[in-house]
Design a protein around this ligand. Structure first.
Ligand code: RET
Length: 239
């Protein structure tokens, strides 16, 4: 599908930003010998690389479809991106906190449910009430996810050294603020009530995506000495 010139600018900028972020993370991790630290690089590189691909698909028109009974096109590729990258972002946070396997699986499950039901809302053609109902269901999963993020993960992080706990706190707060903006932008944007047009919406999502992925990645990966101090809990069974 042809993407209007104005939106495509933001989408190409997103493609460029995510690609540069991917390359920067690869360069930063090139000489990393420590296996535990390599994990953060692997996870964070994939986050940026998946997003770069998704942005390319949206900018080129492949990641966009028209659906019946809805005026604006739907960028389905966002959801394909988020389905993989948001669990990976949570994995980064969980590894840093030293969370248990059970906490990690719970977070990933809630997150996948949030994105898939959000996609339900984006693709629903049964009328606005149903689209908003999907949004509400997705927000339900999101709220439980936040409960685990603020409760369980913070409790696990408190067991870590002061530096690790502090870095976790910074990244968790960044995540809380940025992630909360997504359902709001969705609701007021073209998928929801249509108070904000597709042009500003595309720009806002691009800035949010770059901050939540590349900004997050830089804050995490530049903290070499802090990452050295993480003691893992993920291999220990149970809570
Ligand atoms: C949707 C729509 C329905 C309600 C909710 C949503 C939440 C989305 C979130 C997305 C986060 C994306 C990130 C991308 C990084 O690049 C699906 C918009 C709750 C939280 C962090």
């Amino acid at each position: 599908m042809a993407v209007p010139e104005s939106e495509s600018l933001w989408l190409w900028l997103g493609t460029a930003g995510m690609t540069l972020g991917t390359l920067a993370f690869v360069a930063m991790g090139w000489n990393e010998q420590d296996e535990q630290k390599q994990t953060y690089y692997i996870v964070t590189i994939f986050i940026a690389a998946i997003a770069a691909t998704s942005y390319f698909s949206m900018a080129s028109g492949f990641g966009v479809i028209n659906i019946p009974n809805h005026e604006e096109p739907i960028y389905w590729a966002r959801y394909a991106d988020w389905l993989f990258t948001t669990p990976l972002l949570l994995l980064d946070l969980a590894l840093l906190a030293g969370a248990s396997r059970n906490t990690i699986f719970t977070l990933v499950g809630l997150d996948a449910a949030m994105i898939v039901t959000g996609l339900g809302g984006a693709l629903a053609t049964e009328g606005m009430a149903y689209r908003l109902a999907w949004w509400g269901i997705s927000c339900g999963f999101f709220l439980v996810l936040l409960y685990f993020l603020v409760g369980k993960l913070s409790a696990a992080a408190a067991e870590q050294s002061g530096d690790v706990a502090q870095l976790f706190g910074t990244l968790r707060n960044l995540t809380l603020v940025l992630w909360t903006a997504y359902p709001i932008v969705w609701l007021i944007g073209t998928e929801g009530l249509g108070l904000v047009g597709i042009y500003p919406e595309t720009a806002i999502f691009m800035v949010l995506d770059l901050s939540a992925k590349v900004g997050f990645g830089f804050l995490l990966l530049r903290s070499h000495t802090v990452l050295d101090q993480v003691t893992t809990g993920a291999v220990a069974a149970g809570d």
